[in-house]
Design a protein around this ligand. Structure first.
Ligand SMILES: O=CC(=O)O
Length: 372
């Protein structure tokens, strides 16, 4: 079986091939920060018409030509708390409009929160840094949590609902990148791209041909969660002539893909299993030992969701005899940082969406991408 999975809070992605020979192949996403590569990058045009996706959007979307709302100078006094660096472009755009408070730059964080709790009305989180109940309680003036991520699993949504705090995320704009990467990882694992690269670099190619790998075209792709990203993966896989099957809470009869009412049944009937659902209490460990076994020794698991979607302990125990640290030295290991949406174009339109949501909120306009 070949597995690709995010482990932890979406910071590690592991693709593992479990072959009949019991050799295992992994592709972990490691917790490297992504913003540094964007800091020096030049603006690029995007391939997607985001204006048509979000017709309310007044300007920008990665254009780098944005202008602060000069007709609303009062926004300058609104405290927007950012817990960690995420994107220099996002920081720059927020600083033009709001009083951006960068928590990571202050040594006494608790004291800083106390001192500024009267002015902090917005929080910007991401896949790593959310707003839990404890933080929310410390910010009595908090009105909105704007996530620089599609996943909102780091935000205590119940607490937000209870307190009437709005929550937004960045859907759609990152779908293509994440779906592209899912296909890229599938190919990397099946066709052993990274291992082949090392084979050439080390000079082994002079000694003989590289071993044969596994074909992707025509493999059955099973998708857990047929939302925006799941559908985008399906569309790409169809171009590889792959039959598509899926599991979701309810069947979608309008789609021509085969529906399975359980993940185990889906795993038993596909070659490549893609986890593309949000992380919730129901989907935690949705890939458990039973699913891994159902996928079988030749299966591939691609987790483009969150680490806790996969029962990590069961996964490790299925990967004898190595433990994850030892994978670093294995030829059949592909290592990637957390880069699902990590392109300059996408991160900039995500940043624009965060800013637009905050502006809309404080200007009492409808939110563009509300979660709550
Ligand atoms: O993991 C990334 C996201 O949720 O946007």
């Amino acid at each position: 079986m070949a597995l690709t999975t995010t482990i932890g809070f979406g910071c590690k992605l592991i693709s593992i091939c479990l072959h009949p020979t019991r050799r295992r192949h992994f592709t972990p996403f490691l917790p490297f920060h992504w913003s540094s590569s964007l800091n020096t990058a030049q603006p690029q045009t995007t391939g997607h018409n985001y204006q048509s996706t979000y017709p309310n959007l007044s300007h920008r979307f990665g254009s780098h030509q944005s202008k602060p709302s000069t007709e609303n100078p009062t926004m300058e006094s609104i405290g927007v708390l950012m817990p960690a660096p995420m994107s220099s472009y996002l920081e720059q755009e927020l600083e033009k409009r709001f009083n951006l408070l960068k928590l990571w730059t202050v040594p006494q964080k608790s004291q800083f929160l106390k001192d500024n709790s009267g002015s902090i009305r917005a929080f910007v989180g991401n896949a790593r840094n959310g707003a839990d109940a404890e933080l929310i309680e410390k910010l009595p003036k908090l009105e909105i949590v704007a996530c620089f991520s599609v996943g909102v699993d780091k935000v205590d949504l119940n607490k937000c609902r209870e307190k009437g705090i709005r929550v937004t995320n960045t859907p759609d704009v990152l779908t293509d990148d994440v779906a592209d990467l899912a296909i890229g990882l599938t190919l990397a694992v099946l066709r052993r791209l990274c291992e082949s690269d090392r084979y050439v670099r080390s000079g082994q190619w002079k000694m003989g041909d590289y071993k044969l790998t596994t074909k992707f075209t025509g493999k059955t792709v099973g998708i857990i969660g047929l939302g925006r990203i799941g559908k985008a993966v399906a569309k790409r896989a169809e171009a590889f002539s792959c039959p598509i099957a899926y599991y979701s809470r309810t069947a979608k009869p309008e789609l021509k893909y085969k529906y399975y009412p359980s993940v185990v049944e889906l795993a038993s009937n596909c070659d490549v299993l893609v986890v593309a659902c949000p992380l919730t209490e129901e989907t935690r460990h949705i890939v458990n030992r039973e699913v891994i076994d159902a996928l079988g020794p030749k299966g591939v698991l691609i987790n483009i969701g969150r680490g806790p979607h996969v029962d990590e302990a069961e996964l490790v125990s299925a990967l004898e005899p190595e433990v994850p640290e030892q994978l670093f030295g294995l030829e059949n290991v592909v290592l990637l940082p957390h880069v699902g949406s990590g392109t300059v174009e996408t991160r900039n339109v995500m940043a624009d969406l965060v800013v637009e949501n905050l502006e809309a909120h404080f200007l009492k306009k409808p939110l563009l991408t509300p979660v709550i």
